[in-house]
Design a protein around this ligand. Structure first.
Ligand code: ADP
Ligand code: MG
Length: 328
């Protein structure tokens, strides 16, 4: 309890996209090589994630749905250097309280094994029943907000909710090239991304997620300075159709929206006279976890750099250098 009090309790379930994010992060944390996301009616009817990760054993299955049950940290000290995406143990509990959730998992190599547990709103069926499943986990979230009509009413049109779900998927897929990803909406395949870590494979993935246009007008960047390493693609907005929202910045593999980062990027673009154009980029900053604090905000989109000035200057000079040597 002491530990849970010190972990900021955040509102994790806002819309289908936030559920998607949590389920995909769990699948990544489980060490999956392949992750499939199935969505129906923009996620309002179904959000299903199937992975081939470590799975959850029979005894642990009900625990996974209990509030503040996490298998990822064991002490307050762990909070300091946490490198899993989840660590608060409240996502599945929160999601299951506002949906019909089914969890099927198998932690063994025998595909005839596997167990299932269901929860509907506040009530959880105590029984864990056998359900064959290959090693890994399937989580199905049906009828989100079925028991909270006021919140269900806030869901937007199917198209809008799906756009947010797809964006959540995109961010995860751009963070792990070694994982195979699939996204289907209403049984139609929207993205099918084979694994591959080579620059060419990465470019193919970016092209299918962000469009050929982005990668054709992007420049590869790779810079290193001390404990800081920046790599990725900087879009060259040669035309006004560059999309304002194609801005992806990952710090140690986590997608981040950060003011310091945004400022450094904007300033670099401005100073090489890309003024008034939208910077578009997919950038990866890797640094020593001792230098960056990633647990500032419950939704974990913000970071705190111990030496913000140094990070800012490194970003600015790297991008400035890259942009200045490219004609728009
Ligand atoms: P957290 O990710 O913060 O630990 P969650 O509520 O998201 O909390 O998940 C609770 C627990 O359920 C996790 O700590 C993990 O042990 C287990 N779990 C959830 N999803 C998966 C999955 N896809 N594969 C394996 N274990 C999972
Ligand atoms: Mg989690």
């Amino acid at each position: 309890p002491r530990l849970t009090n010190q972990i900021a309790a955040g509102e994790v379930v806002e819309r289908p996209a936030s559920v998607t994010k949590e389920l995909l992060e769990n699948a990544i944390d489980a060490g999956s090589r392949r992750i499939e996301l199935d969505v129906e009616q923009g996620g309002a009817r179904l959000i299903k994630v199937r992975d081939d990760g470590v799975g959850i054993g029979e005894e642990d299955l009900p625990l996974a749905l209990a509030r503040h049950a996490t298998s990822k940290i064991e002490s307050l000290e762990d909070l300091e250097g946490v490198n899993s995406l989840g660590f608060r143990g409240e996502a599945l509990a929160s999601i299951s309280s506002v949906s019909r959730l089914e969890l099927i998992s198998n932690a063994s190599d025998d595909p005839r094994d596997g167990w299932r547990v269901v929860a509907e709103g506040r009530s959880m069926e105590a029984r864990v029943t056998p359900a064959p499943h290959p090693r890994g986990t399937s989580v199905s979230v049906r009828d989100l907000f079925f028991n909270t009509p006021a919140r269900r009413k806030f869901l937007r049109a199917e198209k809008t909710e799906f756009a947010h779900v797809e964006e959540a998927f995109r961010r995860q897929a751009l963070s792990r090239y070694d994982i195979a990803w699939v996204l289907r909406h209403n049984q139609k395949t929207v993205h099918q991304l084979p694994p591959g870590d080579s620059p060419a494979a990465r470019e193919r993935r970016i092209a299918s997620l962000l469009g050929k246009n982005f990668i054709e007008h992007a420049r590869f960047i790779e810079r290193e300075a001390g404990a800081l390493r920046l790599s990725g693609w900087v879009g060259l907005p040669t035309h006004s159709r560059a999309q304002a929202d194609q801005q992806y910045f990952f710090v140690n593999g986590r997608v981040v929206r950060d003011r310091l980062v945004a400022h450094a990027v904007r300033q670099a673009y401005r100073d090489v006279l890309y003024n008034g154009r939208h910077p578009v980029f997919v950038l990866y900053l890797d640094l020593d976890p001792d230098v960056v604090d990633v647990n500032v905000h419950p939704t974990k989109h913000e970071v705190r750099f111990r030496d913000g000035r140094m990070v800012h200057d490194f970003l600015y000079s790297s991008l400035h250098h890259c942009l200045a040597h490219t004609q728009p």
